[in-house]
Design a protein around this ligand. Structure first.
Ligand code: KG4
Ligand code: ZN
Length: 333
């Protein structure tokens, strides 16, 4: 079964062809990072306009690289939410038009489900059930994944997403967008114990996250001491990163213990963070019966192959979308 996936929910225009929900025959991502960098974040109108220009060439490229003609496809899958509404609409309209023109079935995919199943493209895929942590620029959520299409939300952020904490922190420090990568790189030379940041504790719910206090703590630190240079900046980045990673690891393993999961799957852009990957692997090694699945960084960040994986299973379940499919910016998984 060969499925074409299309993803335009934020600032990457992506298309991919995936076979049997397991193998990416192609995986094309046209990123808009350079376009948004001078504004310090994603500008929704610029994103939509750029998706309009990129989407057909990207789809063409995905088919060409896979060596698959439209007639050989078994179906299409598109991200219809959550995300930026104008950006989502581009992918949804194009997918509907292509599905109608090529007379192929179309499935809609929740972007978060895409992240949760990205690890099925890895050489060693997980099995259900697993505990999934989606950590991206827009989301920080823990899910019990019981099967394709069957997810239960266990905890989420009350305010900023982890990626937002990275991006906003980096902005305060004068680092380029997207901040996660910049902080990750600088932190490698820094001492994570140099500056103490508050541990993000959420009262009431044991598995929820909160990162806005941390960002405020960084703001106060910078107001008091200014933005350091050289080693001082590296120390500050390492300390700030450690506070984010510490909260993620703490809640992830608490959830794994509470619900007795034997598999933990990470995904989303922040799962590409080198310190988070090392900390999760180290912590998991303390458990006898807990396997960790960390997809390669390019599977963690936004891509269309993960959308095609989720779409393959939606089509197998008989789900079909017609011309009435709408983008849903706030679609909850
Ligand atoms: O999943 P993604 O590509 O897009 C969303 O769905 O949001 O995630 C983007 C987020 C950004 O906040 C970016 O700063 C963060 O992932 N990110 C990282 C790293 N690479 C990307 N954060 C920390 N360390 C990284 N290496
Ligand atoms: Zn994403």
């Amino acid at each position: 079964m060969k499925i074409l996936g299309i993803e335009t929910s934020c600032d990457e225009t992506a298309a991919a062809v995936v076979e049997d929900g397991r193998r990416a025959l192609s995986d094309v991502v046209a990123t808009q990072i350079e376009l948004h960098r001078r504004w310090g974040g994603v500008v929704p109108e610029l994103a939509s306009r750029n998706h309009v220009m990129q989407v057909l060439p990207v789809v063409d490229e995905a088919l060409t690289r896979a060596g698959v003609s439209p007639a050989e496809l078994d179906g299409l899958a598109v991200t219809s939410g959550p995300g930026l509404i104008g950006a989502l609409l581009v992918g949804v309209q194009v997918a509907k038009a292509l599905a109608a023109a090529w007379e192929k079935p179309l499935a809609r995919v929740n972007h978060l489900e895409g992240h949760l199943v990205a690890s099925f493209l890895a050489e060693r895929p997980p099995e259900f059930p697993f505990l999934g942590l989606v950590v991206s620029g827009g989301h920080t959520s823990l899910y019990a994944a019981e099967g394709f299409g069957r997810y239960r939300l266990l905890g989420a952020t009350r305010d900023d997403a982890a990626g937002e904490a990275f991006d906003k922190g980096a902005k305060l420090l004068g680092l380029p967008y997207p901040g996660g990568i910049a902080i990750d790189r600088l932190a490698k030379e820094g001492d994570a114990a140099a500056v103490r940041f508050p541990r993000a504790i959420v009262r009431g719910s044991e598995l929820d996250f909160s990162f806005s206090g941390l960002k405020t703590a960084l703001l106060h630190h910078v107001r008091r001491h200014g933005v350091p240079e050289g080693k001082g900046l590296a120390d500050l980045c390492a300390s700030y990163q450690e506070a984010i990673v510490g909260a993620l690891v703490h809640k992830l393993f608490r959830a794994a213990r509470t619900y007795q999961f034997r598999r933990v799957v990470l995904s989303g852009g922040v799962a590409a963070n080198s310190r988070l990957r090392a900390a999760v692997a180290a912590r998991a090694a303390e458990y006898e019966d807990l396997e960790v699945f960390l997809p390669a960084p390019r599977l963690c960040t936004d891509n269309a192959a993960m959308i095609a994986v989720a779409g393959t299973h939606a089509l197998e379940r008989g789900e079909r979308e017609g011309p009435g499919l709408h983008a849903d910016a706030g679609w909850r998984l």
